[in-house]
Design a protein around this ligand. Structure first.
Ligand SMILES: C[S@@+](CC[C@H](N)C(=O)[O-])C[C@H]1O[C@@H](n2cnc3c(N)ncnc32)[C@H](O)[C@@H]1O
Length: 228
């Protein structure tokens, strides 16, 4: 799916539908050229490659990202979750053909009781992954994510967050600012998060920001690590 804007964008053209993945209802999207763009496979593999354990994906959408990443991380078991089961038939179809990807579970990142019921045991997750969630959900979801991830991750394991962000309150491009405005127009609680604000709240939960990777289309991949 497309999470953020491409640069430059013709201002006469409305911003892309930010939840394009949400429009994929029950069928998995086609493979090959028509598949949604997958963010940063090499970056993710660099952190998870060869590491055994359970990877919890929150906000999995239609499951396409899990189905792409899981086979290249055969030592892991990939657990897709989302706040809604609207696209779970798609996720199930991916899981059925992906050996190390499990059936989807409901998980609301803003609800700690939901984390308590996560399919991965507390203190045992090899990683928690969130792709294209923070800008399109209330700030309470970011807070819930860092809190829940800190609880589930084992010592030294990463929380990996992908999406568009501000840095120091500044948008990287004008099109990013416009996109943020568009998001807030749809829901005043949505919008780009500041890397520094997320970093501060993650640190409060014992997750240190280790690396910020710049990704295509002005997206970032933030890698936090739970203290050993
Ligand atoms: C823009 S889509 C991204 C889906 C997928 N990660 C991708 O990149 O294609 C945002 C996703 O966040 C999920 N979401 C929204 N609020 C959530 C919450 N409180 N807890 C978990 N997931 C949530 C939505 O259901 C949706 O699947």
């Amino acid at each position: 799916m497309t999470a953020g804007p491409s640069t430059p964008r013709d201002p006469r053209i409305p911003p892309p539908a930010v939840e394009s993945v949400a429009t994929v209802t029950t069928e998995p999207p086609p493979r090959g050229e028509d598949s949604p763009p997958i963010p940063g496979p090499q970056v993710l593999s660099g952190y998870l490659g060869g590491i055994p354990g359970d990877v919890l994906e929150v906000a999995c959408g239609n499951g396409a990202h899990g189905a792409f990443f899981a086979p290249s991380l055969p030592e892991t078991t990939w657990w897709p979750t989302d706040v809604t089961d609207e696209r779970f038939s798609s996720v199930r179809a991916y899981a059925a053909e992906t050996g190390n990807m499990r059936e989807p579970h409901l998980l609301d990142v803003a609800d700690q009781a939901s984390w308590d019921a996560a399919p991965v045991a507390e203190g045992e997750a090899a990683a928690v992954v969130a792709i294209n969630l923070l800008h399109i959900s209330p700030w309470a979801c970011t807070l819930g994510l860092v809190r829940g991830a800190a609880k589930l991750l084992r010592a030294g394991a990463p929380l990996i967050i992908y999406g568009p962000f501000k840095r120091g309150g500044v948008f990287s491009t004008e099109s990013n600012r416009e996109f943020d405005e568009n998001l807030k127009g749809r829901n005043p609680e949505w919008g780009y998060r500041d890397v520094e604000a997320v970093e501060e709240r993650a640190a409060e939960q014992g997750l240190a920001l280790e690396k910020v990777h710049e990704m295509p289309a002005n997206n970032l991949m933030l890698v936090f690590r739970k203290a050993v």
